[in-house]
Design a protein around this ligand. Structure first.
Ligand SMILES: Nc1nc2c(c(=O)[nH]1)N[C@H]1C(S)=C(S)[C@@H](COP(=O)(O)OP(=O)(O)OC[C@H]3O[C@@H](n4cnc5c(=O)[nH]c(N)nc54)[C@H](O)[C@@H]3O)O[C@H]1N2
Ligand SMILES: Nc1nc2c(c(=O)[nH]1)N[C@H]1C(S)=C(S)[C@@H](COP(=O)(O)OP(=O)(O)OC[C@H]3O[C@@H](n4cnc5c(=O)[nH]c(N)nc54)[C@H](O)[C@@H]3O)O[C@H]1N2
Ligand code: SF4
Ligand SMILES: [Mo]
Length: 711
């Protein structure tokens, strides 16, 4: 008689660096993952997964996965590896690092990670405690949102802002530099519901994205000029008499200095800088103030130019001036992250950092490895996990040059031999989400989500946390119980269970329900700042901050030194122009006249899935979106192969000629693997590793290039 296969269901949370953090269910039959679906009961993510994750169970069985520890046998980058055992791998890492420490000191080792896995246990900072104890260089992790977070903390403090689910109550919704339909899909139904009830949806984006196409009104400022636009809106609100004076006087700091500065932003000047007409600016100011509740959802892309932080501060002023915080569904949504009661110090253990330890930022890996940073000691050992810098970090040609160094001992933990892992001396096989335990916070909603191990790891894959347990044991760190806790124990250890946001729930609650909406008010009644109560020093919105120095917000930098860079912050919000634009760098623009923006691909999650043929088919080959006039001037027709280049590098793609983008701007989306593109290049070959003004944020929208047809 045939026995029915045993079917079990486990709770999951999408592991990706995506604001949605979908609640999932793993379906397991006879130890095999047979399906992964969205959890229909989850109020925000409602049971649908995106195109990237719709076959997530099959992703676990991808035949290209790294399943065993590998040692390089060919030249760096040749992708020639031999299988070795875990014992051999850990012994070799221990021996090589011990030698490096003896010869150069422990700071010659550089850990390098990001949010490729977003879990508390397996994510961003899961190796920090180990590396801090070892005494390595500290890795500052500011790929994303550190500039806007710094601006946010300075202006409104660590508040979670508006609940994304409260948007159903909004009457005027502004989505600013965010392509929700691709990048924040599960927020979109809430926007649509409001729209159906009569709300106006405005998208402010430098090109006509999918989301801009679905909006009632698309405003298209030139890349990196949003600060001027925001200041222009503030000025128009003041000129038009639309400011909610009572609320502003009670709950903000800076009147009258802000109006004084704003009024310098004359309608003509703003129109000239941003390309947005003075009438549109005035209309926006009037509508945003008068149609309440009005709300702004800020996208990460707002920070990606020289003046990114200042831009975010200026945008933060708009709902305050309009009195939007008075209403449920009014105010600002940046990252709900700040409400999560997580003890980040327990995660990354800054107490182990030795005084005067140096810091290397993620965005400047190429400089660090090639010697341009003049590091003493040089980086001799590199450990990369949860990130794919050759694809995702700027100046990627310099990174490849650095990773090719014969004297660099490079270890990575990965799912695939990515364009970064191709250069590794040792590749360690990492588990996928269905194969390990974790707890997911979210930067797009207020739910904590449990991720249960549903199946045994394939091959010999181990979770990141397990890899760091093995390394801790090799280095004799297991005297600290933190280094021997299981993955689930770590999850429990990191949460501040007695915080009011947890409302008395415990781990058992998660085992029964899978997720929990933090006790921060419900979407129908959350009204955090109707009466001020901002978690700033004054308790008010701080348009004016005196004596602040530039800093990087935790968790991007784990409280190492709060105020490290020392430059003073401009006390008022304002407009700091892009470094690379025809208006600000004429000489560079003569050679490279086009501003490129490189937003997220609809069909990839950063560089994940960009190696799967069916996902590449869905997303389409690397394209370069350009305006008809720009194409014509270069004899480029739709579909032609083109090369995009500047002094930093080049890449090729197929031209897509369209009115969706204005003259002078081109768009090429991110994630494509350069090894799979038509030339050995992708967008980050041309992007700059200079920081933005606040929070050491990247400047991916602040790059000039030229384009020509490839024959
Ligand atoms: N499908 C998909 N979803 C993702 C990701 C992915 O790779 N793929 N990645 C995840 C991650 S890590 C993040 S951070 C989020 C990011 O999600 P978003 O915040 O939506 O970021 P982007 O898609 O990079 O850019 C959003 C929009 O900003 C526009 N933009 C760029 N520069 C400017 C500018 O200077 N001014 C204005 N007004 N608009 C500008 C772009 O044209 C783009 O349409 O998405 C997450 N979700
Ligand atoms: N030009 C340009 N560049 C950008 C951006 C842009 O808009 N434009 N966006 C920036 C932003 S917002 C971000 S967040 C970064 C993202 O950059 P990355 O964090 O580098 O993003 P991913 O491509 O997702 O890389 C994650 C890697 O980690 C691996 N991984 C996933 N889970 C695990 C795990 O559990 N263990 C281990 N060991 N490995 C795992 C995956 O296989 C993948 O190779 O890119 C930045 N780069
Ligand atoms: S990538 Fe984002 S939208 Fe897709 S399943 Fe994961 S959390 Fe949901
Ligand atoms: Mo990101």
């Amino acid at each position: 008689m045939n026995e029915q296969p045993k079917r079990e269901t486990f709770f999951g949370g999408c592991p990706h660096d995506c604001p949605d953090t979908c609640a999932m269910l793993y379906e397991v039959e006879d130890g095999q993952l047979v399906d992964v679906r969205g959890n229909k009961e989850h109020p925000m993510t409602r049971g649908g997964l995106c195109v990237k994750l719709k076959d997530f169970h099959e992703h676990h069985y991808n035949p290209d996965r790294v399943l065993y520890p590998l040692r390089r046998v060919g030249p760096k980058g040749s992708r020639q590896f031999e299988r070795i055992s875990w014992d051999e791998a850990i012994t070799e890492i221990h021996t090589r690092w011990t030698d490096i420490i003896a010869q150069y000191g422990s700071q010659a080792i550089l850990p390098y990670s990001y949010l490729g896995n977003e879990g508390l246990v397996q994510g961003l900072t899961c190796g920090d405690a180990f590396f801090n104890r070892l005494g390595t260089t500290v890795n500052e992790k500011t790929f994303c949102a550190s500039g806007s977070s710094t601006a946010w903390l300075l202006t409104v403090g660590p508040t979670g802002g508006v609940d994304p689910e409260s948007f159903v109550h909004s009457k005027y919704i502004v989505i600013w530099a965010c392509n929700s339909i691709s990048t924040n899909l599960h927020h979109w139904p809430f926007v649509l519901e409001a729209q159906k009830k009569g709300a106006k949806v405005v998208v402010i984006d430098s090109y006509r994205s999918r989301t801009a196409k679905a909006a009632d009104w698309h405003i298209a400022p030139k890349p990196g000029t949003d600060g001027a636009l925001a200041m222009g809106i503030i000025a128009a609100m003041i000129r038009g008499g639309y400011v909610d004076d009572d609320w502003v006087h009670a709950h903000t700091v800076a009147i009258p200095s802000l109006p004084q500065r704003a009024l310098d932003f004359t309608p003509d000047y703003v129109e000239k800088v941003t390309g947005v007409s003075a009438e549109d600016v005035a209309q926006f100011a009037r509508e945003f103030a008068s149609v309440q509740p009005s709300v702004i959802r800020m996208g990460v892309a707002l920070e990606r130019h020289a003046g990114g932080g200042q831009t975010v501060r200026a945008v933060c002023a708009i709902p305050a001036l309009a009195g939007s915080w008075r209403h449920v569904g009014g105010g600002l949504l940046q990252m709900p992250l700040w409400e999560f009661p997580i003890d980040w110090a327990k995660v990354s253990r800054p107490d182990y950092i030795r005084p005067c330890t140096r810091v290397v930022n993620n965005l400047q890996l190429g400089r660090a490895l090639t010697g341009d940073m003049r590091l003493d000691p040089p980086v001799m050992g590199l450990f990369v996990y949860n990130t794919n810098p050759v694809s995702q970090a700027p100046e990627s040609n310099r990174i490849v040059e650095g990773l090719s160094r014969e004297d660099l001992f490079f270890v990575t933990a990965e799912h695939f031999v990515t364009d970064t892992a191709a250069y590794a001396d040792i590749v360690l096989p990492a588990t996928m989400a269905g194969e390990h335990d974790d707890m997911m916070f979210s930067w797009g909603h207020f739910y904590l989500t449990l991720n249960e191990k549903a199946i045994e790891p394939r091959g010999e894959a181990k979770s990141n946390a397990e890899i760091f347990r093995l390394l801790s044991k090799a280095f004799g760190f297991d005297d600290d119980p933190r280094f021997t806790m299981s993955d689930m124990e770590l999850a429990e250890h990191y949460i501040q269970w007695d915080a009011p946001q947890m409302a008395g729930v415990d781990m058992d609650y998660f085992r029964r329900h899978g997720y929990f909406h933090l006790a921060v008010g419900t979407p129908d009644d959350r009204l955090p700042h109707a009466d001020g109560n901002f978690p700033t020093p004054s308790g008010k919105v701080e348009f004016l901050v005196k004596g602040a120095t530039n800093f990087v917000a935790p968790p991007f930098r784990m409280m190492y030194e709060d105020k490290q860079s020392g430059e003073d912050v401009d006390p008022l919000p304002g407009y700091l122009p892009p470094r690379e634009s025809p208006a600000t760098n004429r000489k560079l623009a003569d050679q490279y006249p086009l501003n490129i923006i490189s937003p997220k691909s609809h069909g990839f999650l950063n560089s994940c899935y960009a190696n799967e043929p069916h996902k590449i088919r869905g997303q389409g080959e690397q394209f370069v979106l350009m305006n008809k006039a720009d194409a014509k001037a270069r004899s480029i027709r739709d579909g032609d192969p083109v090369r995009v280049y500047n002094d930093r590098g080049d890449f090729e793609g197929l031209a897509r000629v369209s009115d969706d983008v204005n003259k002078g701007v081109i768009v090429a989306t991110l994630g494509y693997w350069r090894s799979l593109n038509r030339s050995d290049g992708a967008v980050n070959c041309i992007s700059s590793d200079e920081f933005a003004s606040l929070g050491h944020a990247p400047t991916f929208s602040d790059n000039l290039v030229q384009v020509r047809r490839v024959n």
